[in-house]
Design a protein around this ligand. Structure first.
Ligand SMILES: [Fe+2]
Ligand SMILES: [Fe+2]
Length: 351
């Protein structure tokens, strides 16, 4: 088994750029601008609006938006703010994308398909933070200054990622991230609908649909690489999973709560917006989707076989650890625990 060097991995990416694959398979997964929703379509309009035919939903006015938002409980607001802050750190993610060898936009306006994808992806993602930010501002339900301060901190702090310049690792990470955000926005949409906020449900729903489309793109690219270099890919997958898929918002702080990300994650876990179980399902999903179990010994090196074994056993291992942690927490936490979030004016929220 000949191991591919990082240079050969980059060559592989270049090949997808030039052999028509990225052009034909990836770029059609971006929505043309003219067909794309924009934040203005989903929020009250304060200026003379374009004709109704240009808007996706019937506009509600500010009064109705605020009346509906009044019914959203604090735990859902905390999940929403955490998701919004994560979306707003988009400059970090674009700069990470441009660090990936063979994928990067070398000139800033490169015509190569990967570079066009990265810019198009960024443009689509940019609407997510804008839309959530504007909804939260208009809702009057959160301390906007504290939320904005958290975004500011997160952008200054950046993000940690295993092998940020490796195309294999980055595409695996991207697949997991897009699916994780698809799940958490979809669940927030469900909570919003349940509490009678149809505006917020629609907002989280359209964002979630974008994340799904982006997940398809990265997952497809990883599938192609698994066919071309199964040994390199299974080792990359194992490396990324060994580091655990750390969330891009992990370094967030509001300047007051040193454990803000842990507290936000605990609220998301309790609310069922994104849970440890989801993480486990994600690993299982991708192991199946990329047919990791079916990789024959003939295409794997010794290290590749060990990586395959690790990845395939991981879901069961995580599930067992979660059960143990759950039992321990049930015994230890007879008393409910709360954390105060500056985002919701320091009100305590159960964690
Ligand atoms: Fe997003
Ligand atoms: Fe995304």
């Amino acid at each position: 088994m000949v191991e591919r060097t990082p240079r050969e991995q980059v060559e592989m990416m270049r090949c997808l750029n030039h052999n028509g694959w990225a052009e034909e398979q990836l770029l059609p997964l971006l929505t043309p601008v003219e067909e794309s929703w924009q934040p203005a379509d989903l929020l009250p309009c304060f200026s003379p609006c374009a004709g109704d035919e240009e808007q996706m939903v019937t506009m509600m006015d500010l009064e109705e938006l605020q009346a509906r938002a009044a019914g959203v409980p604090d735990d859902v607001l905390v999940c929403l703010v955490g998701n919004m802050v994560t979306e707003e750190a988009l400059p970090t993610y674009m700069s990470m994308g441009n660090r990936v060898k063979g994928f990067a936009d070398e000139t800033g306006c490169s015509d190569l398909p990967w570079a066009r994808w990265l810019r198009g992806w960024t443009a689509e993602e940019n609407r997510h933070g804008d839309l959530l930010n504007r909804y939260l501002y208009l809702s009057g339900r959160v301390d906007m200054r504290q939320v904005e301060r958290t975004v500011h901190y997160l952008l200054r702090n950046g993000m940690r990622m295993v092998s940020p310049s490796s195309p294999y690792h980055s595409l695996v990470y991207g697949s997991f991230q897009e699916r994780a955000t698809f799940i958490s926005h979809a669940r927030t949409a469900r909570h919003a609908a349940l509490h009678g906020d149809r505006c917020l449900a629609k907002i989280c729903g359209v964002i979630s649909a974008d994340e799904k489309r982006h997940e398809v793109a990265y997952t497809k690219a990883v599938s192609v690489l698994f066919k071309a270099d199964p040994d390199g890919m299974v080792r990359a997958l194992a490396t990324v999973l060994r580091g655990r898929i750390t969330m891009p918002g992990q370094l967030m702080t509001d300047g007051r709560d040193a454990d803000l990300f842990e507290h936000f994650s605990a609220v998301a876990q309790r609310a069922g917006v994104y849970t440890a179980r989801d993480y486990c399902d994600l690993v299982e999903h991708f192991v199946r989707r990329w047919k990791v179990e079916e990789l024959g010994a003939g295409v794997l090196s010794g290290e590749g076989r060990r990586a395959q074994e690790y990845v395939c056993r991981l879901p069961r291992k995580i599930r067992k650890m979660e059960e143990l942690a759950h039992d321990r927490a049930a015994q230890a936490n007879k008393e409910p625990k709360f954390a105060r979030f500056s985002w919701v004016f320091d009100r305590p929220v159960r964690i």
